[in-house]
Write a protein that binds this ligand. Sequence first.
Ligand code: GDP
Length: 199
Amino acid sequence: MKVNSAKFVISNQNYKNCPANDLPEYAFIGRSNVGKSSLINALAKNKKLAKTSNKPGKTQLINHFLINENWYLVDLPGYGYAKTSKKNRAIFKKMTSDYLQYRKNLICTFVLIDIRLSPQKIDQEFMQWLCEKKLPFTIVFTKADKLTKSSNKRNINNYKSEMKNAWIELPKMLTTSAEKKIGIDKITDYIENLNNLTK
Ligand code: GDP
């Protein structure tokens, strides 16, 4: 799918105030600093759509972007930022988990993982929660340009092996680099396929 238009629509704290749920929707989530804003901007071909920064923990709202006038890309608050207060963390958690559970048109959640890391407890627990709630998700490895191709392959294989200890079936995994625009078309094609299935 070619992205021809990407528009910011609205930011919300509550899923109930999100736009009408008449279009398919895809959410992006991950630990702060995983490269979520950069990936969203690369997907939308707009360097400024989602805010990118070196200061983690900035996106604290449910942000809706309308793509090609026919689907929503949703930027969710990053999790696991140590400098946010416990109270704030609980608020983000509730806001995000309500959105994920009750947003009717949410087709798939992309869980972003830095390709350099082994499975982290916080990501694994989040994916287990998605699984328990029967919410479809796909892993997106980010920052693939930071390592060589062979190291990426090895890391992904290690990631899969470790996950296999706790998971019966592994989720689909995609590899990307926002910096070098690797795997970006794979995500939009994947979304296009899902959009066609939901028609
Ligand atoms: P967010 O907090 O998850 O939204 O992460 P950002 O998109 O703001 O990125 C966090 C940091 O990682 C920034 O310094 C980005 O420049 C860097 N970054 C993000 N994506 C990539 C990537 O694909 N490759 C490289 N080398 N750096 C990246």
